[in-house]
Ligand binder design. Structure first.
Ligand SMILES: O=c1[nH]cnc2c1ncn2[C@@H]1O[C@H](CO)[C@@H](O)[C@H]1O
Length: 533
């Protein structure tokens, strides 16, 4: 008989512990855990205690309206429960560092956006057929502004005389919304329903990734007409920045879709080019910084940059034009243009290889011009295994992407995971987005722990919170915190710190941002400790 491997239970237990600890040293927050302050360690214990208590109380209550509740469950069903938890309320105060994966077109609460639109006399709306109780179920409103000489005097979208495709003033359309469809309130609800994804869609009628992406894409078809109007554009960006600051986000890299090439000016003419969009973006940054300064909170907002983004639907020749625009913008706004990305549904649109000559040429042009615009690609936002969307991960890495947007399928690629770890390619993970877009049925099945356990840097992002309802970053942090025993406050701290570390900020600004964050983090940990005692 072979010698027993262990001479005693005691020895086994000791080896087991060493074995586990050894594996855990791979985790990204390992060094931080070793070195963390007493206050942070205490705060971490308090957070774990609250999480445990709430798992047994709030997350085990039987409810008629929501069967089978559990921490990390479907976000759209559990949102109302989440906001009532102590844990969520504590996390709202956490300094989150940077928001690095955020599509500008879906960053402002939809009710706020609608309110901004209703203040605009130039804003109009139209529908493809007369509005009634049956057509409203499938029909999308289209918004656009008209110059004053073309303002409409049509009475209603629902009038028998309405000819499909005719513009009606937004205020008028709202005022005249038929009582049987809910009157003006019904108008608001209809528009909001078209700008957001609701639980019945995500978990019922549109339960596959393809179906939910159809609805998801529709929300952008509706919102674009509201946002690409100069007076709204500036207010929208300001709302976005201010709301982010209130959620503890102090720096932003926003993906802006430059596809439309021009937006409407205040008078309703579609002539405002991309460089003007960027100029307004810069002006709003200055305004928000100034406001923060006046409130004595200059540390709360350190600025924002733009990741120039184009949807992967264009021909390679069309892409050439956008790349030239991106180069020109980088030359004019060197501190604002942070990177370049191709966005949209990876499973159905062109893969990165479709644009290979363009992407290589883009790099060559940068060398000629003496500028650097890192690729920050979406890649692997898919359930595919060996599909072109999954294959985007190889191309993103070969093309030296600075970070990877989503990287949902990265966990299937041991070699690519090693490269991300050694090269420090952070993964912009968007857990709530992935769940609503049906890549995972709950947080417990999300690959985030696989990536974290490998020691690959992760940053948490909200992606499109106006569509999903996960405004700010607190919801995503919450879902991650309640879905893993290993993850604690220190893990969240590491993720928040990494959001600054893996940003495109230059060395000096980054050092300052990190110092500010560490200070705020320490204050936050003290607050948590004060709560617990
Ligand atoms: O999660 C995402 N993955 C890929 N593309 C996205 C995601 N969210 C938004 N967009 C893209 O950004 C455009 C808005 O500017 C949307 O039309 C969509 O194609």
């Amino acid at each position: 008989m072979a010698e027993p491997s262990f001479s005693s239970i005691h020895e086994y237990i000791a080896k087991r512990e060493a074995f586990i600890n050894d594996e855990r040293t791979l985790r990204r927050e390992h060094a931080r855990l070793k070195a963390c302050s007493d206050v942070e360690a205490q705060a971490d214990r308090i957070i774990r205690k609250i999480r445990k208590e709430e798992a047994l109380t709030i997350w085990s209550e039987e409810s008629d309206s929501i069967p089978h509740i559990f921490p990390g469950m479907e976000f759209l069903t559990s949102r109302d429960i989440i906001v009532k938890t102590k844990l969520f309320n504590i996390l709202t105060k956490m300094p989150k560092g940077a928001l690095l994966h955020a599509h500008l077109d879906a960053m402002v609460n939809t009710r706020t956006l609608l309110r901004l639109a209703l203040q605009q006399p130039h804003m109009h709306v139209r529908v493809p057929s007369v509005l009634n109780s049956s057509s409203i179920k499938t029909m999308l409103p289209e918004f656009s502004v008209c110059p004053e000489e073309e303002w409409s005097s049509l009475p209603s979208l629902a009038d028998a005389s309405y000819s499909p495709g005719e513009w009606v003033k937004i205020q008028q359309a709202r005022r005249s919304f038929p009582p049987e469809l809910g009157g003006p309130q019904g108008f608001d609800d209809w528009v909001i329903g078209c700008l957001t994804i609701n639980p019945a869609e995500a978990y019922g009628t549109h339960r596959t990734t393809d179906k939910i992406w159809k609805k998801f894409t529709d929300t952008f078809r509706v919102s674009i007409g509201l946002i690409r109007y100069q007076p709204i554009w500036s207010q929208y960006i300001k709302e976005f920045f201010l709301a982010s600051v209130e959620d503890g986000i102090s720096y932003i890299e926003a993906r802006i879709n430059f596809g439309p090439k021009t937006m409407f000016n205040a008078e309703g003419y579609n002539i405002v080019p991309g460089r003007e969009w960027v100029r307004i973006f810069c002006r709003v940054i200055r305004e928000v910084k100034q406001e923060m300064k006046e409130q004595g909170r200059q540390d709360a907002f350190l600025g924002a940059r733009i990741i120039y983004s184009i949807i992967r639907i264009y021909t390679p020749e069309e892409m050439d034009w956008y790349m030239e625009e991106c180069l020109a913008l980088k030359q004019e706004f060197p501190d604002i243009i942070a990177g370049f990305d191709l966005v949209g549904h990876e499973d159905s649109l062109y893969p990165l290889t479709h644009y290979l000559p363009q992407l290589l040429h883009f790099q060559k042009r940068q060398k000629e011009l003496g500028i650097h615009i890192p690729f920050i690609f979406h890649a692997g936002e898919t359930l595919g295994d060996g599909t072109p969307a999954d294959g985007n991960l190889y191309d993103a890495i070969l093309l030296e992407t600075k970070r990877i947007g989503h990287g949902f399928s990265l966990a299937k690629h041991p070699k690519l995971m090693d490269i991300c770890k050694t090269k420090g390619i952070a993964i912009e993970m968007c857990p709530i987005s992935n769940e609503i877009l049906r890549l995972t049925s709950s947080m417990l099945m999300h690959p985030l722990p696989i990536i974290v356990n490998h020691g690959i840097p992760v940053v948490l992002c909200s992606d499109d919170p106006a569509v999903f309802g996960n405004m700010g970053l607190t919801f995503d942090y919450f879902q991650v915190l309640v879905s893993s025993e290993l993850t604690g406050l220190t893990t969240l701290g590491q993720i928040a710190r990494d959001s600054i570390e893996y940003s495109t900020l230059d060395y000096e600004t980054k050092s300052k941002a990190l110092a500010v964050w560490e200070k705020r983090w320490h204050e936050f940990c003290k607050e948590v400790v004060a709560l617990g005692t």
